[in-house]
Design a protein around this ligand. Sequence first.
Ligand SMILES: [Zn+2]
Length: 290
Amino acid sequence: MINNLNNSQSQQTIADELSINGVGLHSGINVNMKLFPAEADYGIKFIRKDLNKNNVIEALWSNVSNTKLSTTISNQNGVSVSTIEHLMSALSGLHIDNIKIEIDGPEVPIMDGSSIKFVNLINSTSIKNLNKKRKILKVKQNIKVEKNDSSVELKPNNQFSIDFEIDFPSKLVSQQSCQLQLINGNYKTDIASARTFGFEKDVNMLRSNGLALGGSLENAVVVGENKILNSDGLRYKDEFVRHKILDSIGDLYLAGAPIQGYFFGNKSGHQLNNMLLRSLFADKKNYEYI
Ligand SMILES: [Zn+2]
């Protein structure tokens, strides 16, 4: 996947306030979320409106506090917001640099398990150019993080491109790989509708651990032993690997700027994505802002 980036472009925000509500995938908690335009260099910040102090959490790699099944960020006071990756992915895919997100609960709503509802919400207003140039994070050296048989890599490249391979021990989700060229705004058509997925055999284990409490066939693809349990099947033939790309785009946007570089993910997830950003920022020779 290639994303057309251009550092001569202006930073962007949304033109108008937007709101959406839904249930959190893991918490099962119903939340209201409001998106507000923000000024240049504001970045992306979540504000927990159900709390009245220490409630601002910046969407940055250094604030990632949990990567078990979803990405959670926390501020210095331990106030957190979880499952931010699909919203972050939509913001990256639509090149929104600055936005304030008010939320009245601990978890971003899962909507339909993809980012398409967030994309459509943002597209329901216009995107506003701000009077300041966008800075881009250019990868200058190869970085690789491995754990067990999973790995993630970043390499210098003249665009943001993303490749992914998965290989689950399930005949329905066996080897899939995806390399897409995302140019001219086709994040929306090629990635945004790919839903999160889980295996039927894991559902009871997740629930007994207090996870996936809001999960249903309305917001996840559920893979049984011999079939997809969702009555209308898959949205893309390779929906699983496309969702992993959707997640990676969201996790990588926690770099705080769009990345110019090549990303490769192999059977990886939120934890390795965050370890990769931590490795990137551990050495100033790895990157520069352009
Ligand atoms: Zn996801």
